[in-house]
Design a protein around this ligand. Sequence first.
Ligand code: NAD
Ligand code: AHE
Ligand code: ZN
Ligand code: ZN
Length: 371
Amino acid sequence: MMRTRAAVAVAAGKPLEIMEVNLDGPRKGEVLVEIKATGLCHTDEFTRSGDDPEGIFPAILGHEGAGVVIEVGEGVTTLEVGDHVIPLYTPECRECEYCLNPKTNLCQKVRATQGQGLLPDGSTRFSMLDGTPIYHYMGCSTFANHTVVPEIALAKVRKDAPFDKICYIGCGVTTGIGAVINTAKVEIGSRAIVFGLGGIGLNVIQGLKLAGADQIVGVDLNDDKVTMGEHFGMTDFVNPSKVEGDLVAHLVELTGGGADYTFDATGNVNVMRTALEASHKGWGESIIIGVAPAGAEISTRPFQLVTGRSWRGTAFGGAKGRTDVPKIVDWYMDGKIEIDPMITHKLTLDEINHGFDLMHQGKSIRAVVEF
Ligand code: NAD
Ligand code: AHE
Ligand code: ZN
Ligand code: ZN
């Protein structure tokens, strides 16, 4: 057993508490990772706030990290001490029926225990100094200087890539770009609308530009997002609070009959409806990325689907993590995609709650904690 420093979510709605915690060493099929950097995703805030039906406390949140392998447990064959890794909340065991099906990335090998805040053997490696167990989160718990992760939930990446940038590939970058490339499979010349220009939506825009979309409409209530949106390829901006009349009608007109593809990156179910209805009659596809609070439900007139629109969703951008994440790191290192401008704030672990304040104030795209 060792001690490490972590930001602990002690109870729903409470600020994270920075403290020393106990961490047991890696058991069979597990790996001890020293986390070097972690991003703050809105999903961490969703769980901290109490909106997550799977939320369980006390827990160490964080799922957008990068670090170095410190120790491997029994039977680990694909990683060794010193390897650079990105933890995966969507693992890739390469043998379950989901991994063997090219239509999905949702490996289910450890999903049941992961959702209960436990490692696959049904126990937790973290505890308070008084012995109280602390739950894991999304199988990653990157808001800790050290964490234990299943081998199948680690992507091995090149050693020359900077941790404080590639941590973002652990969720936001892959989710946004993957939603375009893997899930929607956007064609050259498409028209698209992206709702929510935060850490995910800007990566959707970046993905759309890569895919060769002709029109990329960004929609956000915050005008401050325009500069960054345009930097990544947004061609038109709409602030719904400044639209007179019906927002759907406005967007349909702006896109010449509706968009080929729309993406929700807000987590707001009313926005999800607008996104579906602003997609083109006959063929429009609307992709839900945003995560909605417990109890929230989507609705629309079935006629919207009868007349050819499709409603779809994506987790981790449809990426099979151990295979795809190292490639996305290469894209970054080769200058094919940009990450640096989106990392608007760097914090220490002690400042992590300020990172959530910045998120709420709409001042950050990504705040990254560096250990
Ligand atoms: P963020 O806080 O950085 O960005 C959200 C953006 O949405 C902000 O710019 C905000 O101004 C805008 N917004 C909020 N309400 C709006 C409205 N009614 N109309 C238009 N714009 C609005 O959050 P993020 O980190 O980009 O995450 C976005 C969503 O994606 C969250 O729900 C998060 O939980 C989810 N998410 C899902 C996945 C997945 O795999 N499906 C992965 C990562 C994040
Ligand atoms: N626990 C929530 C669901 C949260 C959710 O949908 N998470 C996404 C990743 S968000 C990353 O920022 C995901 O991967 N979903 C697939 C899965 O298996 O969890 C709830 O509503 O219960
Ligand atoms: Zn995330
Ligand atoms: Zn699997």
